[in-house]
Design a protein around this ligand. Sequence first.
Ligand SMILES: Cc1ncc(COP(=O)(O)O)c(C=O)c1O
Length: 284
Amino acid sequence: LTNQVSSAAQARRLGRLARAATIGVCVDSERQVSLLDDAAKDAGVSMRVYIELDVGGARCGMTAASDVVSLARAIGCCDGLKFGGLQAYNGKAQHIRDWSSRDAVVRESARQTQAVVAALNTAGFDCESVTGGGSGSFEADVEVGILSEVQCGTYALMDADYMLVHRKDGSFLDSLFSSALFVLSSIISDRHADYVVADAGLKAMAFDSGMPLVAADANLVYRNPSDEHGIITSRKDAPLPRCGDRIALVPGHCDPTMAMHDRIHVTVEGTVEAVWPTVSGGSW
Ligand SMILES: Cc1ncc(COP(=O)(O)O)c(C=O)c1O
């Protein structure tokens, strides 16, 4: 679990899960350590805990090496917990489009991580795992070599924002990972000469990372999302789709888009092969 738990109920739930699965969880305070230790002992299990570092993401995580060493000592005193290492994930690095700017941020995160690993080693703690990275940074992470594991997720489906992230050789990330997540939308009105209306808007896709792309037709542009609609215009007077046509949209951000839907249709060469329920059930 690449997050912290903050209540006894959540910790107990994790403890119960740890009876059936190997559970690792992040911490950045003694309160979380104590909740998890109590829960692990109640459930009769051992849980692996990772101290989260803030390596530039400005989210959860500790920064001072001395604080990390103190927390590792607190974990070491817990019968129900095992110190597993560090989580050093910098979400802000992932979407930096240009390789050299992203590489510089990744190297700075790695420098901070390395300093904490050294302090832990000096204090007698072994960092079995140093986990972090994502689909945007993984190539730089691997080059730098501090992480023992990269946590890429988006690469499996991709989204319109990640498609524009540059790799070291100047190519886009979608040359490595092609889009596999689409929101299928119908054109529901074509009364106007210069635009048509699609039936997918703010309730169907996340827009925090920008507009969706119209798959398979670079001349069509999605704009002006509202609750249930989007406007499709065309570049260079290319023909617009007509009422009743369907267009596949590549959402700007796959993670929250996925959480808006309770199932996905898995297709192979245009044929639906399976319907999978999503974990969030469209109700988060
Ligand atoms: C802690 C953590 N690790 C890994 C990821 C996956 O990153 P990506 O989807 O960019 O590959 C995320 C994404 O939100 C994350 O929060």
